[in-house]
Design a protein around this ligand. Structure first.
Ligand code: HEM
Length: 473
């Protein structure tokens, strides 16, 4: 291991056996990670974030103080501490600097806003994500998947990350904003690449302190990418306003609030909410689907079970929201993919006052990092944690786990507003596409490595070969 921690580790080992259902083994308050030079562990975080976070929890404990550049941080590795930060003491925290750095893109939209303002916006949008409303979107989700599949041919090799991104973007456009983004996809693709590059070079380096307003070539590229997305947002909102009818979808709700009396939203706020939902609403799900295809290709037994479940539950017909209850193996594949590849791989907060976590003092300004990647792969909570075993979810594991040991969608009041949407979408898309195609890695000898930026991507394009599957009648 790069840091040689293990020989110096002094953490108490926990026992996982014979604990009451849903109880976590005891928290191991660790000791501070050594300072490691001028920038602390920042260079290592930049080089290998997933490895560093995993090693710190394993070798130092569940509450580990580290220095990341100028930032004092604590790495949290235990579900009980996650609960304290995100649920019981959530009022002592706001989003951390890394998240706030997305402000030049997402503005003061739902992911980044805070306090009373956030609560008002969340309450405004929550009804659009009600179970029934989401269920009614199933047909559009499947329709988009069928259109994508209609363009696929046996023998073709496609970049699956890109395919899934375009598909989920179409679905968000159609279901939340009632628009077809087909023609905008090329522009969106270029913008997304520029934006990913921008944050990749900044998030875990001292460049995080460099304002986006300084006209470096990178910042200029980024600025253009953001303006491209804003043009799309502007098109979506003006089209709807011009139609004279707002409708009852999410965009309708936002526009009505916008044109309310004095307390309504401003146009700037509308831009922030729409861009936030466009991006948060497609990228994480697209990446989850990409990882699911990779894992299925690498585990033919699981793929065969998936096919068997689909063939029995829906045969060759288009799946509906009502079928999901019978698509249990497909759901298990989604759960297990989000366990191994939680596309929101780190959740960060910053203390806004002096507080404590796990009985340890946490000074105002301290950053707390919680990584679903680390917690989901911890052998204290999961058997054979690195193995892809969708069936582990078949016999009530979710109810037996410690409460916050599975947190792909976060927890507490800032829990993902789109979790139901994403789970339905992932299940329906996997089903619709797997009815028609098998996806094999074009080069199975090449490992598919994760790249943690804002979300957990694959380091290189995920090229997969398509072969038609006779749709079950
Ligand atoms: C597999 C897919 C998804 C994953 C893994 C995911 C993950 C997350 C996580 C972990 C958070 C909490 C972040 C924090 O506490 O700092 C979050 C928040 C959020 N997500 Fe998702 N998400 C997914 C899909 C979606 C979809 C489909 C939408 C919208 C349609 C969406 C919209 C949002 C929004 C608006 C927030 C901020 C909520 C708030 O603070 O009130 N997400 N998501």
């Amino acid at each position: 291991m790069a840091m040689g921690y293990s020989d110096r580790a002094r953490v108490t080992t926990a026992t996982t056996s014979r604990l009451p259902v849903g109880t976590a083994p005891p928290v191991r308050i660790g000791r501070d990670a050594p300072p490691h030079g001028l920038l602390g562990l920042l260079p290592e975080l930049s080089r290998d974030a997933l490895g560093l976070l995993t090693r710190c929890t394993r070798d130092y404990g569940d509450f580990v103080r580290v220095r990341l550049g100028l930032t004092r941080a604590v790495l949290i590795g235990h579900p009980d501490l996650v609960e304290e930060v995100l649920v019981t003491r959530n009022h002592d925290f706001r989003k951390n600097l890394g998240a706030r750095r997305l402000g030049s893109l997402l503005g003061n939209g739902l992911v980044l806003s805070e306090g009373e303002f956030w609560l008002r916006q969340r309450r405004l949008m929550q009804p659009a994500f009600h179970r029934q409303r989401i269920g009614a979107m199933a047909e559009a989700m499947v329709g988009c998947a069928l259109a994508a599949a209609a363009a696929w041919r046996t023998g073709e090799v496609r970049d699956v990350a890109q395919e899934m991104t375009e598909l989920t973007m179409q679905i968000v456009g159609r279901t939340l904003f009632g628009t077809d983004v087909g023609e905008d996809l090329r522009r969106i693709r270029n913008s997304s690449q520029a934006i990913t590059e921008h944050f990749r070079s900044r998030l875990f380096t001292m460049l995080i302190l460099l304002p986006d307003s300084i006209p470096t070539p990178g910042n200029l590229r980024y600025g253009r990418a953001v303006r491209d997305l804003e043009r799309l947002v502007y098109r979506i909102t003006t089209e709807r306003r011009a139609s004279g009818q707002y409708g009852e979808d999410l965009l309708g709700m936002l526009l009505s609030a916008c044109d309310d009396d004095g307390r309504g939203m401003t146009d700037r706020q509308l831009r922030d909410e729409v861009i936030t939902l466009l991006l948060a609403g497609h990228d994480t799900t697209a990446l989850a689907l990409t990882w699911a295809w990779v894992l299925l290709a690498q585990h033919p037994d699981a793929e065969a079970r998936l096919h068997a479940n689909i063939d029995t539950a829906v045969g060759g017909r288009a799946p509906t929201a009502a079928d999901v209850a019978r698509l249990s193996y497909v759901e298990q594949v989604v759960n297990e993919t989000l366990r191994l590849y939680p596309t929101a791989w780190v959740i960060g907060r910053e203390a806004i006052r002096d507080t404590q976590i796990g009985g340890q003092p946490v000074a105002r300004g301290t950053t707390l990092l919680m990584s679903p990647w680390v917690i989901h792969r911890d052998p204290r909570f999961y058997d054979a944690p690195d193995e892809f075993r969708p069936e582990r979810w078949s016999d009530g594991l979710a109810g037996r786990l410690p409460r916050y040991a599975y947190v792909p969608f976060g927890a507490g009041q800032r829990v993902c507003i789109g979790s139901g949407f994403a789970q339905l979408e992932a299940t329906l898309l996997l089903t619709t596409l797997a009815q028609r195609f098998r996806l094999e890695l074009a080069d199975p000898s090449q490992p598919v490595e994760p790249l943690p930026v804002v979300t957990l991507r694959a380091r290189r394009p995920v090229m997969m070969k398509l072969s038609a599957r006779p749709a079950a009648s």
